[in-house]
Design a protein around this ligand. Sequence first.
Ligand SMILES: C[S@@+](CC[C@H](N)C(=O)[O-])C[C@H]1O[C@@H](n2cnc3c(N)ncnc32)[C@H](O)[C@@H]1O
Length: 473
Amino acid sequence: MVWDHEVGSSNLPAPTRPTNPDTGGPSCARIPCMDQEIPLKIAESRAEYGSFKDSLRAPVHRWFMYPAGYSYKLVESKIAQHRLDSNSTVLDPFVGCGTTCIVAKQMGVNSIGIEAHPFVHWVAKVKLRWDYDLRELSAAIDEVVLTASLSPRDGSIERISNGEFPELVTKCFSAGNLARLLVIRRTIEDARLSGDIKDFLKLALTHTLRTASSAGTGWPYIAPGKYHGKTVERDALKEFRNQTKVMFQDIQELRRKAGPTLAREQLILGDARAEHPEIPRGRIDLVVTSPPYLNNYDYADRTRLETYFFGVAHSWREISDSVRARLIMSATTQISRSRYDGNGLLCDDIRAASDRVYGELREKTAALSKLRLEKGGKKSYDILVAGYFNDMFQVLRRVYDALAPGANFILVLGDSAPYGVYIPTDFYIGQLALGIGFKAFQVEQLRRRGEKWAGNPQRHTVPLRESIVTITR
Ligand SMILES: C[S@@+](CC[C@H](N)C(=O)[O-])C[C@H]1O[C@@H](n2cnc3c(N)ncnc32)[C@H](O)[C@@H]1O
């Protein structure tokens, strides 16, 4: 079941009875929505659309394991459903490691992606380059693997013990394996190869950091000191060689399947809230995206191992300045409480767009301001919630300007309940969109979320969902 809303219609879907109210059933859940209980049917076949599971096994998508990524199948189905072709353009304002643009390119559709995290943007760029001279690439892989295997590690071990890397990196590997990784890095840096090929090899090495680690560097990120020890450490050089092989074969396969395409992709390193001259106003045919959820996930922290290893950043502070500060508000680690006076957390534009959403958010942020004082962590969820909607409001406006009349803006979104205060993100975003001038929106539940923490007594018991919101311009 899908909930439809149009301008002028009642704000809330009429509650209907779930087929199995006792069990909630595998396909039906009772969900509090804008403070009411409503039943929503779960689209089981698409339950994994919001996760990276499918993409982890798919050519090219699998070059970087991005836990925040979504399924390439979602993008395929939306592009097909909207019958886009080589004259169409799809936009993803939060393109992450490039899923939307990769699928668009495979399907011969033009695309534009925006990503604010420099490292993740670089990953997307490398994943979108398939026009290598394959002989040259193959020779380069062989040369780097051979040179790295012959290079002594003593110098690297010395550099590591002299503090070449922050502690987080040294905790993830044995000294020998880390030295091997460093040797591979330096071999790539010193090789006489084109920048494109070096990037390809660097991405293979980035992937190797996770597979060769002896620590539980799984997802979501785990704070240093809390690593679960893995039993076996995998040899870095072997892992690197395997990964280059996988990537090489993926390119061969893609080129065989997709053939030459005239589709163009543009990747913008920038802010989805800002105006970009590369994006033609009123001409985008479809927007498919998954913005950060309001769930306190710190994207900058997720890539700490990679950015430290490549020397892009050396400390939490540096990452805050170069990454955290650029992202929309979605984690309390982005907040410096002393900058806020506690009043007027929500911007007036939100009030102008929807009195109802503004009122509810004001009440909820005020409740969170009080609740935090009773909690050990004293998390600034009040500022987080307000900041999230202030930021997303700006994105809604940019997308409104970019979309062609009648075109759709599709978001995969999670709702949230910080300190147990329920925030129906999907419905709020939909309502705000109507306030901006969009014609209608629909919410479709994909799956329930947060059940893996059900046994944690510290955690709230509010049922959460992941949904697809489709907003029509
Ligand atoms: C949920 S992830 C999207 C992942 C993407 N669908 C994929 O498959 O890789 C959200 C992304 O938004 C990025 N982001 C956060 N704030 C941003 C901003 N202001 N402008 C553009 N991108 C931003 C984050 O770095 C993150 O990569």
